[in-house]
Design a protein around this ligand. Structure first.
Ligand code: EPZ
Length: 420
């Protein structure tokens, strides 16, 4: 198993290019199931989750050609509609094939993704919405078995809670349904917006993109022509590198990003005293004279992203005073707190609220990654800590950060990947 060794305490400098967004690419890859012709996707991040989903499509009988951040995917040869446990267990986002498979083939079986480190993560909202669209759904032997032999029909879906992959699944199902589907209270994350834009370019009539009410006129089973498109930049990877600049109090520029997607993150960095220079496709973070504490409440887009919460907890260790972080989306997303304490952090947890008392002098430690974003928080702490840090179990990081150690080393960090 690989681990990362970091010799901390160095300033960073320079610029780092941001890869394509994993969480945009995953639904876009799933959406190729709706296309009658091969689809060409560029700016795919070279991370494990992307290869897992491509593998899942391959298992269903689709073919793909992947090279250098681009894939051409042909789903016309799909023979099976069973997404097996072996592959779904590797990545919860595999559930994204449920909507498109059901819409195109009228039946599918997708292994239940189960819980994960950050919480229970049910899929009840996905299933209820598909039932409202006419699907019969049962759970058998750990699989969601879904049938809609006469096709799905449009209806009004009201999401009680905002769900990103739930919204994406229903948008894809609605694209081939009969009649109009209205989704009230959809997720408005940039990744959902790009899915809508790609489907719209492929012939689906969609109104209300980025609003609280999406209207999707289905094609009544006729397959789409999704053509070719480029995945948007990864706002969470971008935010993580801004935090790398911040935690080492250095000047770092992130390039190839979309600054408009980072407003909530940038606002918190500015509140903490960091300087920010924005350009059309880049952001530069400048050192703070004094790092101020911060109050963060995670929420759906355009609020502060839960996927940046762990990184800000690491950063709050540097602040002069007490920071408060409230996690509103997931019930168990503070696993990194106890690992951060190994560096010497003073963090108190009470339910979904973390109190971080800074500033802390951090000392390098052996720590263990528990989930994707928690892992990046440990790397950030390692950059700021005095001495040597080993971050173990970095397979979590490899799911969503492309060449993390290479990009940080290019900024001047002393970081290497080693084998246990
Ligand atoms: C997406 O997960 C992202 N994954 C997550 O990123 C991200 O943390 C999350 O959205 C929130 O922004 C992908 O896009 C592939 P949700 P998703 O459904 O869609 C509850 C990362 O690190 N809920 O929006 O699974 C749920 O339990 C990952 O890249 C239900 O109750 O999240 C949670 O409390 C981790 N029933 C809330 O809604 C449902 O049927 C939001 O979850 C669905 C969700």
């Amino acid at each position: 198993m690989d681990f990362l060794r970091i010799d901390g305490g160095r300033k960073l400098q320079g610029s780092v290019p941001i890869s394509g967004a994993k969480n945009a690419a995953l639904p876009l890859i799933a959406a190729t199931i709706l296309s009658k012709r091969p689809v060409h996707i560029s700016n795919l991040p070279d991370v494990r989750d992307i290869h897992t989903l491509l593998q899942l499509l391959d298992n269903l009988g689709a073919s793909f050609h992947y090279r250098d951040h681009q894939a051409t995917i042909d789903t016309s040869t799909i023979q099976s509609t069973i997404a097996k446990y072996d592959i779904v267990r590797k990545m919860r986002a595999s559930i994204l094939v449920l909507g498109p498979l059901l819409a195109r083939f009228g039946h599918c079986e997708v292994s239940l993704p189960g819980g994960c480190a950050i919480g229970q993560r049910p899929i009840d909202l996905h299933l209820r919405a598909l039932q409202q669209m006419g699907a019969q759904i049962s759970i058998k032997s750990g699989y969601v078995v879904a049938e809609a032999r006469k096709g799905l029909r449009g209806t009004t879906i009201i999401f009680d809670k905002i769900t990103v992959t739930g919204t994406e699944n229903i948008i894809m199902a609605a694209a081939l349904a009969k009649g109009e589907t209205v989704i009230i209270n959809p997720a408005k994350e940039p990744e959902v917006v790009q899915l809508c834009q790609v489907l719209a370019a492929g012939g689906v009539e969609i109104e209300g993109i980025e609003s609280d009410e999406l209207r999707i006129r289905g094609s009544e089973g006729e397959l789409l022509d999704l053509g070719s498109f480029r995945v948007i930049p990864d706002r969470i990877e971008a935010g993580t590198y801004l935090c790398a600049g911040a935690i080492t109090n250095s000047q770092v520029t992130i390039t190839d990003c979309d600054p408009n997607h980072l407003d909530a993150v940038v606002a918190k960095l500015m509140e903490m005293g960091f300087g920010i220079k924005r350009d059309r496709r880049s952001i530069t973070i400048l050192p703070a004279r004094k790092i101020a504490p911060v109050h963060i409440v995670t929420s759906e887009y355009p609020g502060f992203p839960t996927d940046m919460q762990a990184q800000f907890m690491a950063l709050a260790l540097m602040a002069e005073g007490t920071s408060i972080i409230e996690e509103r989306l997931f019930e168990n997303r503070f696993m990194h707190a106890s690992e951060l304490m190994r560096f010497g952090a003073n963090i108190q947890l009470k339910g979904n609220v973390a109190t971080i008392i800074g500033p802390t002098k951090l000392y390098g430690a052996d720590v263990m990654a528990t989930d994707l974003r928690a892992s990046s928080a440990l790397v950030l702490a390692g950059l700021a800590a005095q001495g040597r840090t080993n971050v173990h179990r970095i397979y979590h990081l490899d799911r969503g950060y492309e060449r993390l150690e290479g990009k940080l080393a290019a900024l001047g960090a002393a970081i290497t990947r080693l084998r246990e």
